[in-house]
Design a protein around this ligand. Structure first.
Ligand code: 25A
Ligand code: L14
Length: 341
C-alpha cells in the first residue's frame, strides 16, 4: 500500500460484533486511514470506541455523514444497507457491504479477494461491492484451487455455524442459556426460536418457499456468482451449533477430472489464504477454537470420496467474524484503494 494515499473511511454498524472487528482489522492491517468515522443507530450515538489509542465518538447514521468519505464499510443489517448504500455512493463514497442486500444484484461485484479480485473493477456501475456470506467465503477460499485444477461438477455441504454470525445479542443468548441450564433453570429464548445451548438448530436466516433456508440458498447462489459458473450444482444444509466463534463445514465435491486426495492436500498447501491442518495420526484437524482470532481458512480431513469415481471430502473452518466478514471486507477495501481509487 502506498504511503501517500490517505483514505477516509466510515464504518456503519460500528458498535456491532462485525463493525467492532472491522475497526480492529483497519488498525491491525495498517490500512491507510485518513479520517475514520464511526456510525450506528441513535441507540449508540455518543458512545466511544478505541482506534489506534484514541477514543472516537459514534455518530448516528445519516446520509450526510458520507460527505468527504472515500470508502464506507457497512455491517448494520440488510435494511440499513438497502437504504443507505446508494446514498453513500451518490456522494462518491464507495460502499463495501457485508449484508445480503446487494450480493445478487448483477451490477454489484461479489468478491473474495483470493478468488475473484478482478471483479472489483465492476464497482463503478453502482459504487457498491458486496461481501459474501460468511459460510460461502470460507468454502470458496478452500474450493477455488480445486475448481481451477480439476473442475467441480457438484458440491454438497453441511455447516456447523457459530452464534456470533447473528450478532452480539446471540452471543449473550448462548452464554446466558448455558449458565441457566447448568444452574438447573430453563433456557429463555429471544434471538433463536429454540434453545441453542446444548442443541443444534437446522435453521439459519428465514425459510423460503422451496423448504430451504435463505442461508442455504446464499451458499448456492453466491458460490456460483463468485466462481462465475452457473452450471455448478450446490446443495447446502446450514446448522447453528453452540459455538461462539468459528464456522465449520463438511464439504463434499464431485470433480470433473480425477483428483487424488494427496495431490489436493499439496495443492491446498500452496493456496492463498489457506492453511492445511491434516495429520489424523496426531489428532490434528481444523478446529473452531484454532480458527478464532486469525484470518486463514483451515482445511483438513482431506480424503477420497470412496462412494463415487471422482470425489473429495474436506473439513473447512474459519473465523466467521474475521475472514467471514470484517477481514474480507477490509481486504476488498485494500484492493480497491491500491488499484482503483
Ligand atoms: O440483516 P442481516 O444482514 O441479516 O444482519 C442482521 C444482523 O446480523 C449481524 C449484525 O448484528 C446485523 O445487524 N450481521 C450482519 N452480517 C453479519 C455477518 N456477516 C452479521 N454478523 C456476523 N457476520 P450486530 O449486532 O453485530 O450489529 C448490529 C450493528 O448495526 C447497527 N445498526 C442496527 N440498526 C441500525 C444500525 N446502525 C444504523 N442505523 C440503524 N438503523 C447496530 O448499532 C450495530 O452496530 P446499534 O446502535 O443499534 O447497536 C448498539 C448495540 O445494541 C445492540 N442491538 C442491536 N439491535 C438491538 C440491540 N439491542 C436491543 N434491541 C435491538 N433491536 C447491538 O448488538 C449493539 O450491541
Ligand atoms: O451475511 O449467522 O447473510 O445469523 C446473515 C445470517 C451472516 C450470518 C449473512 C447468522 C448472514 C447470519
Amino acid at each position: 500500500m502506498t504511503d501517500q494515499k490517505k483514505v477516509n473511511v466510515a464504518v456503519v454498524g460500528a458498535t456491532g460484533a462485525v463493525g467492532n472487528q472491522m475497526i480492529a482489522c483497519l488498525e491491525e492491517r495498517n490500512f491507510p486511514v485518513g479520517t475514520l468515522r464511526l456510525l450506528a443507530s441513535s441507540r449508540s450515538a455518543g458512545k466511544r470506541l478505541g482506534y489506534r489509542g484514541e477514543m472516537l465518538p459514534v455518530e448516528e447514521l445519516r446520509a450526510d455523514a458520507f460527505e468527504g468519505m472515500h470508502i464506507a464499510l457497512f455491517s448494520a443489517g440488510g435494511r440499513v444497507s438497502a437504504r443507505f448504500a446508494p446514498q453513500a455512493a451518490e456522494r462518491g463514497c464507495v460502499v463495501v457491504d457485508n449484508s445480503s442486500a446487494w450480493r445478487m444484484d448483477p451490477e454489484v461485484p461479489l468478491v473474495v479477494p483470493e478468488v475473484n479480485a478482478h471483479a472489483i473493477a465492476g464497482y463503478t456501475k453502482r459504487g457498491i461491492i458486496a461481501n459474501p456470506n460468511c459460510s460461502t467465503i470460507q468454502m470458496v477460499v478452500a474450493l477455488n484451487p480445486i475448481y481451477r485444477r480439476y473442475g467441480i461438477r457438484r458440491i454438497v455441504v453441511a455447516t456447523y455455524q457459530a452464534v456470533s454470525g447473528t450478532g452480539k445479542r446471540a452471543i449473550e443468548e448462548l452464554s446466558g442459556q448455558t449458565r441457566a441450564v447448568l444452574d438447573g433453570a430453563g433456557a429463555a429464548c429471544s434471538v433463536y426460536p429454540h434453545p441453542i445451548a446444548f442443541n443444534c438448530l437446522p435453521h439459519i436466516d428465514v425459510f423460503l418457499d422451496n423448504g430451504y433456508t435463505k442461508e442455504e440458498m446464499k451458499m448456492v447462489n453466491e458460490t456460483r456468482k463468485i466462481l462465475e459458473d452457473d452450471t455448478l450444482a450446490v446443495s447446502a444444509t446450514t446448522v447453528r451449533v453452540p459455538v461462539f466463534y468459528g464456522h465449520s463445514e463438511a464439504v463434499n465435491v464431485e470433480t470433473r477430472r480425477h483428483a487424488i486426495a494427496a495431490e489436493v492436500r499439496e495443492l491446498l498447501r500452496q493456496a492463498p489464504g489457506v492453511k492445511v491442518v491434516d495429520d489424523p495420526a496426531a489428532n490434528r484437524y481444523p478446529l473452531a477454537t484454532d480458527a478464532q482470532g486469525q484470518d486463514l481458512t483451515l482445511v483438513g480431513r482431506i480424503r477420497q470420496d470412496e462412494s463415487i469415481a471422482d470425489g473429495i471430502n474436506l473439513w473447512v473452518v474459519a473465523d466467521n467474524i474475521r475472514k467471514g466478514a470484517a477481514t474480507n471486507t477490509v481486504q476488498i477495501a485494500e484492493v480497491l484503494t491500491e488499484k482503483y481509487l
